[in-house]
Design a protein around this ligand. Structure first.
Ligand code: DC
Length: 651
């Protein structure tokens, strides 16, 4: 089993650009596929569930192309799908399975739809019953009421009334509404029983209207589709950031200082889960909102309070509240969440079991969960994730209890948010990236800044120097990229109290030799070596933060660094400093030789094709030609105090 160990953390600060919303991405894709005309979809979410939808649409004859980044172009079929026979595998993507079932049931073709075993345990009977009222021929291939399904050609009865049950999942009503324009007839849908998760229906109606189909609704009971309704592409559509994904970061800000800002959703969002911010505010968090961003900070007195909340309107984000509850005074009750039981896993049972591993007192009922706060966290809990992305993401917050914890099978976040853990690390372990040319003094400055702030320190140049040293010792030519990359991959390097060890042997001095200096800049020019060292460098990012120095810290290794400094000095000043250092060590080298060597290394580091030495656009220039080391350290520490006030608040 794979796992991810999260180190203890106490502060969360920074900002996160959210990935696109899953709900919007899959709805836009289906509507664009059924519409007349070409639709450009900007900022589509790239995740497992969206990939299942894209694959299915391709199998059904829909022409879509990926453009730059997350932009897609979809040629609509203007009605039913061109391919009349297909087998579709839809993984565990409810947002693909339900709407495609409805659209295909009205498409007069022969299709089979299946998913992962859990998908076959998630009910779909309410949707099938509704579609059968229209004459659809749908058969269960496994258990009655559950996928997999077979759909056969059938004469669809146009118009009239259809009933659909609303208590198990709002996705059944969404699926039915989105598919009904395929019949061309005016149809009235009546919801039987209490409709849950109403904000999701709101999203569906808004997107349908955007594609030219206006549904009239009578409260949440009756929905009327006009006769002759047809989807027409609105041209270009933009996918908002995922409001459910925002919940983890906002909660982190509320629990652990903040401010944490999410960008991509805000006051103008059409997603119901933005109301998660209100729930946090009710717990005492300080929330600020703009049209397209939300920011969360801990309460002024630092203490969150328990809440008692009907969570029907925010079913997904409510999971995040269950974990935030551990940090609140009192017992938090989250009610009206029966739908949790039929999601990616039985989320009420899973949540209760895993919260208890952290030491929490939890009461679970058919449709509620109660979690006691004020917890002393049990260290080293091993959290199971049940193939449920939201379990993995919300439990990551528990490391803010100041304890290490393990998240099992962390890759389940790929369902909606493949880069989740990197983004989370960015908040709890901010990076100060200091790049610059050789002998600029950045190593000394970075090490002292790290010591002042109590941050971890990464001397990335030492890794390249160690690869050069190991290669020279093993007789590997410094031009042999693949052989050097193999050395880099398994480099037995360790850093202990300022000492640098290679295979357990002291190499602190050896890697500073002129041979290693020249060798490391040759070694560093091989793309394969750089790739081999990337993961190792990123692993240094741990709470409370990291000061990383090198050539490409801000541009490649930590592009989301909170502070980026390009530290330099004239080549003359650098040669003089190195000259003085060498004299102090009792060595004598001519200043002209040093100047020539520095110029050669600058040229090689700047001219190489991968990760060249450069000042990235968002880095600040610090020219230390006329500065002392202390002044340079002060300059960086002052920036850190200003930008990362919570992270560096300790004495
Ligand atoms: O910072 P330093 O002088 O110890 O670095 C040694 C060599 O490694 C230098 O020639 C450039 C290379 N290097 C790099 O390419 N990327 C880094 N992040 C750090 C160093």
């Amino acid at each position: 089993m794979e796992f991810l160990d999260l180190p203890p953390a106490t502060h969360a600060v920074g900002s996160v650009r959210l990935p696109g919303s899953k709900s919007l991405s899959n709805r836009f894709l289906l509507l664009a596929a059924l519409a007349e005309g070409e639709t450009a979809i900007r900022d589509l979410l790239l995740s497992d569930d969206v990939e299942r939808m894209l694959e299915a649409l391709m199998a059904l004859g829909i022409d879509w192309r990926r453009g730059e980044d997350n932009d897609f172009q979809v040629s609509g079929a203007d009605g039913v799908f061109p391919v009349k026979q297909a087998e579709l595998f839809l993984g565990n993507a409810g947002t693909a399975f339900r709407p495609l079932t409805a659209a295909l049931a009205l498409s007069n073709g022969h299709y089979r739809l299946s998913g992962v075993p859990r998908m076959h345990e998630r009910p779909i009977g309410d949707l099938v019953d509704a579609l059968r009222q229209l004459g659809a021929d749908i058969r269960y291939l496994g258990n009655e009421g559950f996928p997999p399904l077979e759909i056969r050609p059938a004469a669809i009865r146009a118009g009239g009334r259809v009933t659909v049950r609303g208590e198990a999942s709002s996705q059944f009503l969404t699926a039915l509404l989105m598919a009904l324009p395929l019949t061309g007839a005016g149809t009235t849908v009546e919801v039987v029983g209490e409709l849950i998760s109403k904000p999701y229906i709101d999203i569906t109606l808004k997107l349908m209207a955007h594609f030219g189909v206006a549904v009239e609704r009578e409260g949440w009971r009756e929905f009327r589709l006009p006769a002759g309704a047809r989807y027409r592409s609105p041209g270009t559509v933009f996918v908002e950031g995922d409001a459910s994904s925002a919940s983890y970061f906002l909660a982190a800000g509320a629990i652990a200082g903040g401010p944490v800002r999410v960008e991509g959703v805000g006051r103008d969002s059409i997603q119901g889960d933005v109301r998660f911010a209100e729930a946090l505010a009710a717990m005492g968090a300080r929330i600020d909102m703009g049209p397209n961003w939300i920011e969360a900070r801990a309460p002024t007195d630092g203490h969150l309070k328990a809440i008692d909340l009907d969570c029907n309107h925010i079913p997904d984000a409510a999971m995040t509240l269950a974990v935030a509850a551990l940090f609140a005074e009192g017992t938090t009750r989250l009610r009206n969440i029966a739908s949790w039981r039929v999601k990616e896993t039985d989320r009420i049972a899973a949540m209760a079991a895993e919260l208890r591993k952290l030491g929490a007192t939890v009461e679970e009922g058919a449709d509620y969960i109660a979690v006691s706060g004020g917890l002393t966290f049990v260290p080293n809990a091993s959290i199971d994730t049940y193939d449920d992305h939201r379990m993995a993401m919300c439990f990551s917050l528990a490391c803010l209890g100041g304890v290490p914890l393990r998240i099992n099978d962390p890759q389940c976040v790929n369902k909606t948010f493949p880069e989740y853990f990197e983004r989370f690390a960015g908040l709890v372990a901010p990076v100060i990236a200091i790049d610059g040319p050789s002998a600029s003094g950045k190593g000394t400055v970075a090490a002292r800044v790290a010591a002042r702030l109590g941050f971890h320190y990464l001397d990335s140049g030492a890794l390249y120097r160690l690869v050069a040293l190991a290669a020279i010792r093993a007789g590997v030519p410094l031009e042999d990229g693949p052989a050097l990359a193999r050395i880099a991959e398994t480099l037995p390097a360790s850093f202990e109290d300022g000492r640098i060890l290679l295979a357990g042997e002291e190499a602190t001095e050896a890697i500073r030799s002129e041979a290693c200096s020249a060798g490391s800049s040759k070694v560093a020019a091989h793309p394969a070596v750089r790739a081999a060292l990337l993961g190792r460098q990123r692993a240094y990012r741990q709470a409370p933060g990291l000061v990383a120095e090198g050539r490409d810290m801000g541009s490649v290794v930590f592009p989301d660094a909170s502070i980026k400094v390009f530290l330099t000095a004239t080549v003359g000043a650098r040669a003089e400093r190195r000259h003085k250092q060498l004299i102090d060590k009792g060595m004598s080298v001519s200043i002209d030789t040093l100047l020539r060597d520095l110029r050669e290394r600058d040229a090689r580091d700047s001219a190489r094709s991968v990760a060249p030495l450069q000042k990235c656009a968002d880095a600040e220039l610090l020219d230390t030609t006329a500065m002392t080391v202390e002044e340079a350290v002060e300059w960086v520490v002052a920036r850190a105090r200003q930008r990362l006030p919570q992270a560096v608040a300790r004495p």
